[in-house]
Design a protein around this ligand. Structure first.
Ligand code: ATP
Length: 326
């Protein structure tokens, strides 16, 4: 393998608080180890369209506390074609980039794996997504911040829900994964979480109402993962209006609010550790691995494992949530 001199870094897919902290750590750690750094704008689009600039240590000053990503992010259809990836590779070489660090979710890592299978480039992935849905890492960057935002919102909705004795469905992000809904429900003291992992097996709404989830309380809050499988908060509210008209039901969709804001200390530390670990991985000759957090230790997870396997939800937590809601 040729010696690495210059490392390119990009953020891709959905933005997540803490991506900037990761970018800072990648840049500074790379420079510390004697590499040059190139920042690639708008994810894979910047590679295809050659939006690439040299990054110095000062270029990542004053960003650790900022949400979003200063490199911007995008979804790039061209990169999903062979032609697009060829153009990306040419631009990479033109800019002298010998290795890549990509910060993003499942799609970003899938793209990285494809790219690495076609061209001889070492790539290291950093899991950055609020959904926490990547296998091989206990936490992804942005998840803790989003969870805290959800908790903050649930606390506020509880006040009005209590006053009016209402049933609230609060929709949170998580297309295929219920981590935000389940842990947001636990942190917010909600009555239940309706998540895609369970929706395929049981009618969670019917189960909830049959168990009389509103026996001792004035109000009820149910967190719902945004997903066609759960039916979403709107879909569930419609059902309640038709099937259980005794409930005064309301819906709040948190939406993109969950993506913004200054990252929590936990996310900043995770992002800093993962960014530094990505450079360590390249120094050690690793390639095509994602950095994972395994019980507070930084580990290397092959792309194949991280992408293919589904991260399981802890069903004991779901049971606990319902026990605590009596
Ligand atoms: P999030 O989980 O927050 O949505 P993500 O990284 O999964 O983030 P995606 O939009 O799924 O976001 O993927 C980001 C980009 O990765 C895509 O726009 C595309 O450029 C690239 N990508 C995804 N899948 C592939 C693939 N199979 N082949 C090549 N590139 C891909």
């Amino acid at each position: 393998m040729a010696k690495i001199k210059t490392i390119g870094v990009l953020t891709s897919g959905g933005d997540a608080p803490g991506m900037n902290a990761a970018l800072r750590a990648v840049t500074r750690s790379a420079i510390y180890h004697g590499f040059n750094v190139k920042g690639i704008y708008r994810g894979y689009r910047g590679l295809v369209e050659n939006e690439i600039v040299t990054f110095e240590a000062k270029d990542v000053s004053g960003i650790i506390h900022r949400g979003g990503t200063i490199l911007r992010t995008a979804r790039c259809k061209e990169f999903m074609t062979e032609e697009g990836r060829q153009t990306a590779y040419k631009n990479m070489r033109k800019n002298g980039i010998d290795a890549l660090v990509v910060i993003g979710g499942d799609g970003t890592l899938t793209g990285a794996r494809q790219f690495a299978s076609e061209f001889d480039i070492p790539i290291v992935g950093i899991p950055g997504t609020i959904d926490n849905d990547l296998y091989g890492t206990d936490h992804t960057i942005g998840y803790d911040t989003a969870l805290n935002t959800i908790m903050w919102c649930v606390d506020r909705i509880r006040d009005t829900a209590n006053s009016h004795e209402r049933l609230f469905f609060i929709e949170v992000m998580g297309r295929n994964a219920g981590f935000l809904a389940l842990n947001g429900a636990i942190a917010g003291g909600a009555e239940a979480a309706i998540i895609p992992e369970i929706s395929i097996e049981v009618d969670q709404l019917a189960q909830l109402i049959e168990h009389g989830f509103r026996t001792t309380k004035k109000s009820s809050i149910v967190l719902v993962a945004e997903s066609p499988i759960t039916g979403g908060a709107m879909g569930l509210a419609e059902r309640v209006r038709k099937e259980y008209p005794q409930y005064d039901v309301r819906v709040t969709i948190l939406g993109h609010l969950q993506r913004g804001g200054s990252p929590t200390a936990r996310d900043r530390i995770l992002a800093s550790r993962m960014g530094a670990a990505a450079i360590d991985a390249l120094v050690e000759g690793q390639r095509n691995v994602m950095i994972g957090d395994d019980d507070e230790q930084m580990v290397y997870v092959p792309f194949s494992k991280a992408i293919k396997n589904e991260k399981a939800i802890d069903r004991q937590l779901l049971a606990m949530l319902s026990h605590l809601a009596i």
